[in-house]
Design a protein around this ligand. Structure first.
Ligand code: BTN
Length: 318
């Protein structure tokens, strides 16, 4: 972690003298350093004569584990990256051996489902990519993103957000607003050697975003609870939940978790429209099947839908 940011993360004033002494530069050189940090991480640092410097708002910065592991996964903590999923893919291509975990304080080109951006300001949220080797063929992938959704749901509940639920395939919503999302990317051939990058983005302490930058209603744990969350403990709890759910999924497949998933599905029984590109179908949500595909009742007939490019909306009259 940046030593200056480690000191400033409490949001309190720190004198130029104190900051200078901490990084071994003169008081006069500190403002230049802080301006460089502001520009690099898009931060806002206030300077007040006689009091010193402070961040516009406190941060809870991530601390690298001394062991370099989170649970049983080796972890790399980056200050800034284009996308943790993209970085994970590059490391795979360069021969890194899964499992491994990439976490970043900021993404400059975070990606969401269906070609969307994932807004990823410095030090506020969680940007997390877990890379696993797939040895069990398609069965190991079926329903995987929904199972990751369950692990994330439990972690967000543990943080104190009781009103969180799932929206097929793997959005997490509170009061109709998105709080977390999941993007799975595959590399290789599921019938042969294959890896999956499980990308997870959680709005933890995000407070404000310039207008129109996020094109859907959103919230954050901080907004729901009205208090800043310790991101390090969220990170380790997420690891524990993921290990538990991935093990269950590996042993029994999605079928064993299907009931739990449906019990947490916010749109169970609701009238929806499902878009695949320009094609739209309308129906009522029956639930999911043993592979995690969506079951819809369309004019009295059950039809099943799966695929990453599908987008589900509530019908106005639902
Ligand atoms: C969605 O559209 O709901 C999926 C969002 C996934 C965002 C996460 S943040 C960490 C990882 N790296 C990325 O570039 N995307 C995923």
């Amino acid at each position: 972690m940046q030593p200056l940011l480690r000191l400033l993360q409490d949001g309190q004033f720190h004198s130029g003298e104190e900051l200078g002494a901490a990084v071994g530069v003169s008081r006069a050189a500190i403002w230049k350093r802080l301006q460089a940090l502001e520009a690099e991480f898009d931060l806002s640092i206030h300077k007040v004569r006689g009091r010193g410097y402070r961040l516009e708002a406190p941060l809870s910065l991530l601390v690298s584990a001394a062991s370099g592991h989170l649970g049983s996964w080796p972890i790399t903590l980056l200050q800034q990256v284009d996308s943790t999923n993209a970085e994970a893919m590059r490391r795979l291509a360069a021969g890194a051996a899964p499992p491994f975990l990439i976490v970043a304080e900021q993404q400059t080109a975070g990606r969401g489902r269906r070609g969307r951006n994932w807004v990823s300001p410095f030090g506020e949220n969680l940007y997390y990519s877990l890379v696993l080797r797939i040895t069990g063929g398609m069965r190991q992938i079926e329903g995987l993103s929904l199972v990751v959704g369950l692990a994330l749901l439990q972690t967000i509940r543990e943080a104190g957000v009781s009103g969180v639920g799932l929206k097929w395939p793997n959005d997490l919503l509170v009061g109709g607003r998105k709080i977390a999302g999941i993007l799975l990317e595959l590399s290789g051939d599921p019938a042969d050697v294959c890896h999956v990058v499980i990308g997870i983005g959680v709005n933890i302490n995000m407070r404000v975003v310039a207008r129109d930058v996020i094109d859907q209603p959103w919230t954050s744990i901080r907004q729901v609870l009205g208090a800043q969350i310790d991101r390090n403990s969220f990170l380790s709890r997420l690891g524990a939940q993921l290990e538990r759910y991935l093990e269950l999924h590996g042993l029994h497949g999605f079928a064993a978790l299907r009931e739990e998933w449906e019990a947490n599905h916010l749109w169970q029984g609701r009238a929806v429209s499902l878009a695949a590109g320009v094609q739209v179908v309308e129906g009522r949500v029956l639930g999911v099947d043993d592979t995690g595909a969506l079951r819809l009742d369309i004019d009295g007939n059950e039809r099943v839908f799966s695929g990453g490019e599908l987008s589900l909306r509530l019908r106005d009259d639902s």
